[in-house]
Design a binder for this molecule. Structure first.
Ligand code: NAD
Length: 455
């Protein structure tokens, strides 16, 4: 089946047309990767790390090309697109070194002359299934450790970012033995073929919760290793003693930047009632100042949404919520899938708008009678990556850092952004399997074997 990738800023512009990989293509990709794996895993770690370092140099060399397609194909503001490619380079350099870290341990054996050793081994062929919204860095944060630890990879990008995937793949593949990296274009059906393939040893997925749970079920049912990072519903709590101006400006961008299409975007703002109105007014002012323009313009902060379906389903969810829209709420009167950055006041913290991920420039405002109530509201959500708290009181900051249920808690800072060298995973319903990022990625892409030697 054929599919097209469009420019969300100018949907009449078709960026690329592709044929979806079917059963035969997936079979060939897995077989080739499987054959290449036997050679690749025998390479010393220094050689594999060296390849990652060379890939990093090449990605840096082609950065402007990758940035250009990221702006064009997924509508990412150009400043953020540059930051994404820069982070991808940093991740490659990080794993180029990390593969040289100790790969096993020695334990006391039951007989004093024996050796009891553990050693990490690559898994085989890893399927990497990725979303459209971080089309460079997410594939990189998966394949850098996967390849670095000696696996072969079959990568399936999201259909909406296939051009970027096709630009990145040759930059990477030329530093690897033939076959070690395979890319299969396509959507759900291609993804399913990979997940169900008996020769795929592990599946690493990033995307929505609905799909992630299906992928996890299918992979587990045939005994494959699986790790899923999924969507988030992230709160920013503003306490009465916070610097309200700073909180409002920080939250406005955390909620609306890149049209809110990040798993870590702030989607609900919970303010203590004494400062609620003042915060609300400042937040409205900060949101209305955001630059909603062509993502290719240097000053762009909020670009278009990825597709018309996402925009119309966001408008339906907003209407269903029954909340009071205090700014935004309308499509922009121009080409492209633009939606005005939207703030909506809600009374019920259980409103569906606060419970489900909404990948759009939309945030809900809620009032909390006390700091305690703010924690309860924030923790009532099941999909969770990041939570932020705004306060000038160190004791309260520490208390919230302890009690907010999230993989990452930020104090006086935006929910968005991830440090690639720190273990991180979707929290509660947002993650399945081991943590990723940093050294934790080793647990995803290797297995530990025990060796017992009796001399
Ligand atoms: P999606 O779940 O629709 O698709 C993700 C990937 O899975 C795509 O490559 C898609 O083609 C593939 N896929 C779809 N159905 C499949 C199936 N049945 N079997 C196998 N593969 C299948 O997500 P999306 O719209 O591409 O991306 C947005 C989502 O990704 C949001 O929910 C966002 O929060 C999430 N996301 C999470 C993180 C994170 O690190 N946790 C990062 C970025 C994006």
């Amino acid at each position: 089946m054929a599919f097209k990738s469009l420019n969300p800023h100018n949907p009449s512009e078709v960026i690329g047309e592709f044929e979806e990989a079917g059963p035969y293509d997936v079979e060939i990709a897995v077989v080739r990767a499987g054959e290449a794996f036997f050679e690749w895993r025998e390479q010393p770690a220094s050689v594999r790390g060296g390849a990652l370092a060379n890939i990093a140099d090449d990605v840096e060399k082609w950065a402007e090309e990758l940035v250009r397609f990221t702006v064009m194909e997924v509508g990412k503001p150009i400043g953020e697109a540059r930051a994404e490619v820069k982070q991808a380079v940093a991740i490659l350099r990080y794993y180029a070194q990390m593969v040289l870290a100790p790969e096993g341990e020695t334990y006391p054996a039951s007989r004093s002359k024996d050796w009891l050793i553990t050693r990490r081994h690559p898994l085989g062929v890893c399927a990497l299934i990725t979303p459209w919204n971080f089309p460079v860095v997410i594939p990189v944060w998966k394949f850098a450790p996967a390849l670095g630890y000696g696996n072969a990879v079959v990568s399936k990008p999201a259909p909406a970012s296939t051009v970027i995937a096709g630009t990145l793949a040759p930059i990477v593949a030329r530093h690897l033995p033939e076959g070690v990296l395979q890319v299969v274009p396509g959507g759900a059906e291609t993804g399913e073929l990979l997940v169900e393939h008996p020769d795929v040893a592990a599946v690493s997925f990033t995307g929505s919760m609905r799909v992630g749970r299906t992928v996890a079920r299918q992979a587990v049912s045939r005994g494959a290793k699986v790790q899923c990072e999924m969507g988030g519903q992230n709160p920013s709590v503003v306490l009465a003693d916070a610097d309200l101006d700073r909180a409002a400006k920080t939250i406005a961008y955390a909620a609306m930047g890149y049209a809110g299409q990040k798993r870590s975007a702030t989607s609900q703002v919970i303010a203590e009632d004494i400062v609620y109105e003042e915060l609300r007014d400042r937040l409205v002012a900060a949101v209305e100042k955001l630059e909603v323009v062509d993502p290719g313009e240097e000053n762009c902060q909020v670009g278009p949404m990825i597709e018309e379906d996402s925009r119309s389903s966001t408008l339906e969810t907003l209407a269903r919520s029954g909340g009071r829209i205090i700014t935004g709420g309308e499509p922009l009167d121009r080409d492209g899938f633009y939606l005005e950055p939207t703030l909506v006041e809600l009374e019920d913290p259980k409103n569906p708008l606060t419970q489900e991920e909404i990948l759009a420039p939309v945030a809900a405002l809620l009032k909390a009678g006390s700091a305690e109530e703010a924690v309860q509201i924030a923790n009532s959500v099941r999909q969770r990556h990041v939570a932020a708290v705004f306060t000038n009181d160190l004791d309260r900051a520490m208390e919230f850092a302890r009690r907010l249920e999230a993989g990452l808690v930020r104090v006086n800072a935006a929910t968005v952004g991830v440090d690639y060298h720190v273990p991180f995973e979707g929290f509660k319903d947002s993650g399945i399997g081991p943590e990723v990022q940093g050294l934790a990625a080793r647990d995803v892409y290797t297995e530990t074997r025990v060796i017992s030697i009796s001399p």
